[in-house]
Structures are given as C-alpha cells and as structure tokens.
Write a protein that binds this ligand. Structure first.
Ligand SMILES: [Zn+2]
Length: 463
C-alpha cells in the first residue's frame, strides 16, 4: 500500500503545481456550488475542489444524508486512485455498467472491502461509522494503534476487531469520536462526516487529536503498585503508587486499567483498584507543599528568602492542622529541593485527598496583598479549597484581598487532587515583607490557612 500512498502524494503535488501555474486559487479560497454547505465546511470543499466528491445535485451536497456502500467505495477509490474502469465484479448485485463497479472491484482486489458471505455487496445499503472505520483503516493502510478507549466499544486487541480499526483511525487523526469518550459505531454514517474523515486522511491540516476521557475515579488499595507501559506484567514499570492514591481511569484492557495518577500515566492491574471512599470526618488528609527549597530560594528581597518563609509557615500550618485531627503529609520539612512533578507525585502517593502549596509573591515594590490560585482545567473542588483559604488569609494578614484566581501552575494543573496555591504576601513590598518576617503574622497566616482547610473539609462532608 505504500506505493499507492506515494502515488496519491505524487498526484496531489502534481495537481498543486498545475493549479499554481495556472494562477487558480487553491482550496482555501475554494469555490462552493452548494447551498447546504458553508464556507466553514472546509473538508467537503477540499474534496469537491479536487474532484473527489460530488453533490447529490448541482446545488446541494446533502450533508445529512446517509452514505451508501457504493458511494463510500467510489469516494475512497477516487481518493486513493483505484482503477475505475467499469467492469464485472465478484458481486451478483453490482451492475457492471454502474459508475461504481470499477472502484468496487478494485477495492475488493486490494482487500479494502469484502462482501457478504452470500456473494452480495448490497451497494445501496447505508454504512455505519463502525464499517467506515474498517474501510478507512484498510484503504489508507493504517497500522499504528495507541492507548485509545471509547466507552461504547469493548477493547479487543485482535487485528480484525472493530476496536482495532477504530483505534487505528483515531491514532491517525481521522476521527476522535462523537464526544465524551464515545465513538457511536452503530450510528449511520452521514455524508458530511465521511467527507471530513477522508479529507483528514488525505490532508494533515484537517486532522483531529484523540483525547482521553475519564470513565471512573478509583483509588489504589496496595502499596508499591506498579504503573506499566502496557496491559500485562511483561511491560516495564514507569512508577509506583501507594495505598489511597487516586487513579483516573481512561479505559480498560482486559484486567488492566489505563489512566493517570499525578504526573504518571499508564496501566495498573484492576485487582488493586477500588472505588474512592467519600470524604468524611475520618478522611481528612492533606498534603502541604512548602514552595521552593534547597538550591531554589524562590523570590529574594528585603533581606528575606521565599523558601524559608514558605517552610516556616507550612510547619505552623502542619501543627495547627494536626491539633484539629487533620492528617498532614509534608512534601518537605527541611531545606531541600524537589521538582514540581515530584511534589505532585509525593502528594498523590501519600494517599492524601487535597493539596495546598504555600508561596510568597514577588513583583514591583507597590504590589501588596494575599491571593490564592486554583486551576479550572482540573474540574474538581480546587476552587472551593482556594476560596475557603483566601477568605480567611487576607483578613488575618491585614492585607488587600487580591482574590481567588484561576491559573495553570504545574502543581495545580497536573494534580489529580483538589489543589490550591497560596501567595501569602509580597516579599518585594516593604510592608508585606515586615509581616512575612514577623512570627506573629506568620502564625496568623498559618491559623488562617489551617482554618480554611478545615472549612473545606466541613463543606466536603456536607456535599
Ligand atoms: Zn514561589
């Protein structure tokens, strides 16, 4: 099939040269004869301008109409340059004089289509999206598969399965499903969809990226559980998870779940996963992450080091939380350096169920006040956690309230736990710095953060 593909490429290159030498506008300013196709339906116009697809009449394309098996064979045949010479086919129900007969027989010869066991092709039957996946994966010789999961298709790694065909076209960027992790394999294929799929197969500019969807939120039930690169113990381990670590499942492959915990994405055995217990008074367990440390001082101004303020306040938060009966995991308790990824992984692996990173801000000398961040990209209770802390913090610090802000800091955006990042005040502002140097204010900040975390767990218990 490689030679077929290079022939298409050659054909397209030749066509582009001819078009540009004639001074004709290429596809971006394509002509559009169809009343039912808008200029934004670029894939349809791309195919029509290359003579690969026709309308159902001169002025309508019929985007919502179902695709027949005959139409599909003809479009694929034109797209990959199959021999179209009208001829007798191996099927009793295809008229040799019919426009599609050459494409159908050529596609059979190349193993792209098969008929029914009764020797019939059923040219006027409509196609499903699942049948289309088989057709496209064979026509374009897609061989690469990946960690692709759709909740309405059972994972089946055999080479002839529907799953494998759909997996191949998803990896090739031809289809990313019908939204929220489904592919709808039994749904009737309509002409606009089919045009989009074929255009993507021919032109990388139209391709779409497959994205994982979470189908379950589970927790690890053993310590040192291996996360592997594939669905068996024969695959290498890329990390370990401990009891209680959350695991976002994207899909299942036999007795293995593919998903994500912290910054690790891979396969774990489903024997060691269980449904997460809802938060109760007994499951108040938080990670406190004192920002920076070791070789990384963070911001430095007014004779102060950010890493030292962060650690001092964090240790006070730890003491106050423990006094409230809230379990605490500290990503560091001494002056050491950890990467941002390691901080998230440690917090997740500890089995804690929320994460608060503590920092000190820096900007121009005039900037002053407290602010707390969360990442909206995660879609959990991070905003509530940030809000409960911020509402107490700025008051305790006698500071301007700079508010609760959405920002994709790495420890927030890559964190599967509800997570907040606190900026106590500005080390670069002389008045804020004086408070950050004072034991009284550091203690007030710690009380506010611990109380805010308690507010969060009280709210969780009711929600
Ligand atoms: Zn910082």
């Amino acid at each position: 099939m490689k030679n077929v593909l290079s022939k298409i490429t050659l054909f397209l290159v030749a066509a582009v040269i001819v078009i540009s030498s004639l001074g004709i506008q290429p596809a971006s300013a394509a002509s559009n004869p169809f009343k039912d196709v808008s200029a934004s339906d670029e894939e349809i116009l791309y195919l029509w301008n290359r003579g690969l697809i026709n309308g159902v009449s001169k002025t309508s394309f019929g985007p919502e109409q179902a695709v027949t098996r005959e139409q599909a064979a003809a479009l694929i045949g034109r797209a990959i340059g199959l021999n179209k010479t009208l001829r007798k086919t191996k099927f009793s129900d295809v008229d040799p004089g019919r426009y599609s007969s050459g494409y159908i027989q050529s596609a059979v010869d190349k193993g792209i289509i098969t008929g029914d066991s009764d020797g019939k092709f059923r040219p006027y039957d409509t196609m499903t999206r699942g049948e289309m996946a088989f057709l496209l994966s064979r026509a374009f010789n897609y061989n690469k598969t990946g960690n692709v999961f759709f909740s309405d298709i059972t994972t089946n790694n055999t080479s002839t399965s529907l799953y494998t065909a759909v997996n191949k076209i998803a990896v090739a960027g031809v289809s990313n499903g019908t939204g929220t992790g489904t592919f709808s394999p039994t749904k009737k294929l309509i002409r606009s969809e089919f045009a989009a799929f074929v255009a993507r197969a021919l032109n990388a500019n139209y391709r779409v990226a497959y994205k994982n969807t979470t189908v379950a939120n589970l927790n690890v039930t053993v310590n040192a559980l291996n996360v592997r690169t594939g669905p068996s113990t024969g695959y290498g381990s890329i990390g370990k998870l401990n009891t209680g670590a959350p695991f976002q499942v994207y899909g299942y492959n036999g007795s293995w779940a593919y998903g994500k915990s912290g910054t690790i994405t891979g396969y774990v055995s489903t024997a060691y996963l269980a449904k997460a217990a809802p938060a109760t008074a007994n499951s108040r367990f938080i990670t406190i992450d004192p920002g920076h440390g070791g070789s990384d001082p963070g911001a430095v101004a007014n004779g102060l080091l950010e890493k030292s303020i962060n650690l001092d306040v964090s240790k006070r938060v730890e003491t106050k939380l423990k006094a409230k009966g809230i379990k605490v995991y500290m990503t560091r308790s001494t002056d050491v350096f950890h990467t941002l990824g390691a901080r998230v992984d440690k917090g997740v692996a500890s089995g804690s169920n929320a994460f608060v990173s503590i920092h000190t801000n820096a900007a121009t000398a005039a900037a002053s006040g407290s602010e707390t961040f969360y990442s909206a990209s995660v879609g959990n209770d991070s905003k509530q956690l940030a809000t409960f802390i911020q509402n107490r913090l700025y008051k305790a610090m006698d500071h301007p309230n700079r508010g609760v802000k959405n920002y994709g800091f790495q420890v927030l955006r890559t964190n599967p736990l509800p997570a907040a990042l606190v900026e106590l005040g500005f080390i670069t502002n002389q008045y804020d710095a004086a408070k950050l140097a004072s034991g009284t204010y550091k203690d007030r900040a710690a009380t506010a953060i611990a109380d805010g975390i308690q507010d969060y767990y009280n709210w969780k218990a009711k929600n």
